[in-house]
Write a protein that binds this ligand. Structure first.
Ligand code: CMC
Length: 435
């Protein structure tokens, strides 16, 4: 590890009196990290950290978050500047390669992604095995996992070129796979990707066009979709990204690793929150009912939580949520829906929660998922598809982090230890002798 300082932290075992110095490493920014890799060999101890709240699982150069200040940087660039001035393809390039592309690099990258967007025609038949009412995340997980069967022998994960092609395939095919999951649920024909369109425009086209008539994607909605994809593209070592890294640490096929990430993202505490926010707003129903739900969110005996509020890392306003709120207003204006009752309800809920002692004290602020569902709904995207759109964007982060892990010379198969609380060693009792 290159970031070593001369500083150490001394750990003393008060029972044995044994003392060991552990090195401290410092990153470019952020808190220092204590290197405990030799803890077990030197002290015969493991750490105990459920939820990994104090554990750095890897070193990374991709994304930096300062949760107290509400800062999110990709390769050093603030998220608000990227959302304002860049586009999703450029941000994808930045996350994968480390630098913003020049004109030629950008054109080449877009071409590479565009020409991988069609999926193998056999995948078309794979969908037909699902019930039409299957949850799109279940379909997505299975179809992406099945791609391992199409591209297994052709990938040597130790070759940078093979990894790059796998990254491009995943970014390129994800819009097609997601739009087809939607079309399948509707019983409409699959729309094939159109190479003349931009990434977000093409996705909306595959979602909403039919072969029967011309469909024009609104440039404002395509831009809003592109911005939403930027806001969800990466978020350092969150649950799904850590899942991808852990699955990949065994050398598994990248398509299988991304399918594992999709499964992890699905949960309501993670990417499933955007779907849960809309369900919650619909359940609350009107501004008069907000106090009742705020009361429930604060009640320890009630497992209701304010969805779209709180974050493991942000103890300040999630910087993505601010941009999302602005985008939400722009989209609703474009669609002539500025009086949308759900937006009004969400804004009032946010206002009341942010002035409530419980939320202030626990530093619970709106997160990225709080407004995204309202935008998706206004665009005509059904609630069950929301988390798939998060997966569409996060695929870029997943493949960038997967590649970084494989290139890391410190990388080992992920294998945490445990605090065993089960029965001590005992002898087997035959069935006829058991009480
Ligand atoms: N509503 C009410 N109380 C909450 C909420 C909430 N949304 N979030 C946290 N708390 C309380 C929690 O009860 C706990 O109280 P106490 O200290 O008295 O036990 C305290 O705040 C800390 O919560 P925690 O669950 O220990 O914190 P965590 O870091 O493990 O959880 C979280 C983070 C995002 C899972 C949680 O805030 C939550 O469940 N939020 C709602 C779901 C949500 O919006 N998820 C999307 C996250 S952002 C998108 C993404 O990255 O996927």
């Amino acid at each position: 590890m290159s970031a070593s300082t001369k500083e150490t932290v001394t750990v003393t075992n008060n029972s044995t009196g044994k003392q060991v110095d552990f090195p401290l490493h410092s990153g470019t920014i952020g808190p220092k990290v204590m290197d405990i890799r030799s803890l077990y060999s030197q002290m015969d101890l493991f750490t105990y950290d459920p939820g990994f709240t104090s554990t750095g699982s890897c070193k990374s150069t991709i994304t930096y978050i300062d949760g107290d200040e509400g800062v999110l940087l990709h390769r050093g660039y603030p998220i608000d500047q990227l959302a304002e001035h860049s586009d999703f393809m450029e941000v994808a390039y930045l996350l994968l390669k480390g630098e913003l592309p020049n004109v030629k690099e950008k054109a080449d990258f877009i071409k590479a992604i565009t020409y991988h967007s069609m999926v193998h025609e056999q995948i078309n038949f794979f969908y037909r095995g699902f019930r039409r009412d299957s949850h799109p995340m279940a379909v997505l997980c299975a179809v992406v996992g099945s791609m391992a069967a199409f591209y297994h022998d052709s990938i040597d994960i130790h070759l940078p070129k093979d990894r790059m092609i796998a990254q491009h395939r995943l970014i390129a095919k994800m819009p097609t796979i997601i739009a087809w999951a939607y079309k399948y649920a509707l019983g409409q024909p699959f729309m094939y990707p159109k190479n003349s369109m931009g990434y977000s425009e093409n996705f909306l086209h595959m979602m909403f066009a039919t072969p029967c008539e011309e469909y024009k994607v609104s440039p404002i909605l395509a831009k809003a979709m592109d911005r939403i994809l930027i806001l969800h593209a990466d978020h350092e070592q969150n649950a799904s990204t850590s899942t991808v890294r852990l699955a990949g640490s065994s050398g598994a096929n990248p398509f299988a690793c991304i399918a594992a990430g999709i499964a992890s993202l699905w949960g309501p505490a993670h990417g499933g929150a955007n779907e849960a926010v809309l369900a919650m707003l619909q359940e609350i129903g009107s501004i008069d009912h907000i106090p009742e739900y705020i009361k429930r969110a604060k009640d320890k005996d009630d497992n209701f939580r304010l969805m779209g509020f709180g974050h493991r890392v942000y103890k300040n306003y999630d910087p993505r949520a601010k941009i999302m709120q602005r985008t939400c207003k722009e989209v609703l204006d474009e669609l002539d829906m500025h009086d949308d009752p759900l937006l009004k309800l969400a804004m009032e809920l946010e206002r009341i929660a942010l002035s409530d002692e419980y939320f202030i004290e626990k530093k619970l602020y709106p997160n990225v998922d709080f407004y995204s569902g309202i935008i998706f709904r206004a665009m005509g995207i059904p609630t069950s598809m929301f988390t798939s759109l998060f997966a569409l964007a996060r695929t870029v982060g997943w493949v960038a982090q997967w590649n970084e892990m494989i290139e890391d010379t410190d990388q080992k198969i992920g294998r945490p230890r445990q605090l065993y609380m089960g029965a001590p060693k005992r002898d087997f009792v035959p069935l006829n002798k058991r009480p």
